[in-house]
Design a protein around this ligand. Structure first.
Ligand code: ME8
Length: 508
């Protein structure tokens, strides 16, 4: 029985190193995975690499090594970036691994045996950068509209998948599952694409040798996109570990940018239908990271390496910035200026300042010991905190990641405003108002506890440091919602530990 929340990134081509576009998807998936763990769910978070691409074969050749050597050399580069960005993937699949190649062969063989794969000839344009069969009408001046590079003209024997046969079944699936593709604009695009009529799809290449051979006709290799999509089932144990496969599949959400949504929301579900395997629950599409108004890309050498930013801003700010600044689902640009401005305004002045002023007051007014809460339980922050936990959960579970992050940031602002309003520093001067002072600082500390808890999926290191400063014995990674989200769990008498500022101000 399915009992595991399963989230995936695309598996990336390893013809280069990651840029902030790849990291955007991967960080988003990590936040989703971490949040579901916080809710106490079993989670399977998968990422990996797509290795059988002609682009990989070419760059290997240019560098005078075999594709295998090239990919072996690139994998540590990718893993190094994910490690530094605190990506908590549960598995990293490489399509060159035997567990993948064997199960992928099983899958295509099943389609062949069911009569959904037949031999034919493909004639037409092909973009190697997209690894995609194109139609003439899509081309701009004979070039791929996405990569602005000349296409190849292929004429070769291919095996075809009867994609056209699944047109009606796909339309029905979209109707029965209105949230299958989000956001809605993307769903509508895919619906009109399907309604426009589906052509059968080449699923093998004869003139290519870098790939997985077709089991019944090893003169062909599996078309790289079919090979790649299958990673989502092969990593879940398809064909090899049936018990595990049943507990994990179908995937809850495949996350990606708009460039590859057609593969995921048309071809992939049709392949699964043909094989009699359940369809993933959701395809979630985010926008492009733009450079000079165009999609940042490896091919066009406009990629920025994540470390260029992490070295200056730190990992937490990096993760926070992109989710907060670029509305999840929309295109957006990065700039140093906006990142610096947001860092200082939100994180240094907002989050960092809240934590340091509250902890400093607890230190000086209560010797660093968490005071007793107010008796009436009607504090401003306790009400807001309850709402926050609910709102945050609703946003996260519907993948409105920017709204989730923004709601937390808004709570930080409210907390800072509250402190200015009640002015505990003034209360502290009046001995008769000691009880009020206690209640206010308890509210503020408990607010900080909620902030650390909900920020944990987004900024794991900073949240951990804040948690430690609050002096809570239980480990943050062991906390579970909804219990941990209830107001008032911070124990009076706990000794806080003032530490370094969470987000020191940065100058350009
Ligand atoms: O397409 N903005 O791999 P890929 C936002 N191997 N996201 C971006 C981006 C940008 N400028 N550039 C890349 C492939 N991405 C296939 C996938 S999956 C079965 C096979 C992210 O290395 C985004 O998630 O070209 C996009 O969909 C993906 O990287 C494409 O990665």
């Amino acid at each position: 029985m399915k009992d595991t929340f399963y989230v995936t990134t695309p598996i990336y081509y390893v013809n280069g190193v990651p840029h902030i576009g790849h990291a955007y998807t991967t960080v988003a998936c990590d936040v989703i995975a971490r949040y579901h763990r916080l809710r106490g769910e079993a989670v399977f978070f998968l990422t990996g690499t797509d290795e059988h691409s002609q682009n990989v074969a070419r760059i290997a050749e240019e560098n005078g090594v075999s594709p295998e050597e090239w990919t072996d050399r690139m994998i540590p580069e990718w893993k190094r970036v994910w490690e530094r960005l605190q990506i908590s993937y549960d598995d990293f699949i490489r399509t060159s691994e035997e567990r993948h190649t064997r199960a992928a062969q099983e899958f295509v063989k099943a389609l062949y045996e069911r009569g959904d794969v037949y031999l034919g000839t493909y004639e037409g344009p092909y973009c190697v950068s997209c690894e995609e069969f194109k139609v003439e009408a899509e081309l701009v001046d004979g070039q791929c509209p996405i990569h602005r590079r000349p296409v190849e003209h292929l004429s070769e024997e291919n095996y075809f998948f009867r994609l056209s046969k699944y047109q009606d079944a796909l339309l029905r699936h979209y109707e029965d599952n209105p949230d299958f593709v989000v956001p809605e604009e993307r769903r509508n695009e895919m619906l009109s694409f399907i309604r426009g009529g589906l052509r059968d799809l080449s699923v093998s290449r004869k003139s290519v040798t870098w790939g997985i051979p077709l089991p019944w006709d090893p003169g062909h290799v599996i078309y790289v996109w079919v090979d790649a999509l299958l990673n989502y089932v092969t990593a879940a144990g398809f064909g090899l570990e049936e018990g595990r496969f049943r507990s994990v599949w179908p995937a809850d959400v495949h996350v990606m940018a708009n460039d590859i949504v057609r593969f995921h929301s048309v071809i992939w579900p049709a392949m699964l239908m043909a094989a009699g395997v359940p369809i993933p629950r959701q395809i979630c599409v985010h926008g492009y990271m733009l450079v000079g108004g165009e999609k940042m890309s490896k091919t066009r050498l406009t990629g920025i390496h994540p470390f260029e930013l992490v070295d200056f801003f730190g990992v937490d700010a990096y993760r926070y910035y992109f989710l907060r600044e670029i509305t999840f689902g929309r295109d957006g640009s990065f700039s140093w200026e906006s990142m610096l401005a947001r860092y200082n305004a939100d994180l240094a002045n907002g989050w960092g300042n809240l934590a340091s002023r509250v902890l400093a007051m607890v230190d000086s007014y209560f010797d660093g010991v968490v005071p007793e809460p107010g008796g009436d339980g009607t504090g401003v922050l306790s009400n807001l905190g309850g709402e926050l936990v609910e709102r945050f959960d609703a946003h996260m579970t519907t993948l409105r990641l920017t709204d989730a992050v923004a709601s937390l940031d808004e709570f930080v602002r409210e907390a800072n405003r509250y402190l200015v309003e009640v002015a505990p520093w003034a209360l502290a001067k009046d001995a008769s108002r000691r009880r009020e002072l206690e209640a206010v600082l308890y509210e503020a500390l408990e607010g900080l506890r909620l902030i650390a808890l909900l920020a944990f999926p987004i900024m794991p290191e900073a949240a951990g440091r804040l948690w430690e400063q609050l002096g809570i014995d239980d480990r943050l990674e062991d906390e579970r919602l909804p219990e941990a989200g209830r107001w008032g769990r911070l124990q009076p008498g706990t000794k806080v530990r003032r530490g370094d500022s969470l987000f020191p101000r940065l100058e350009s």
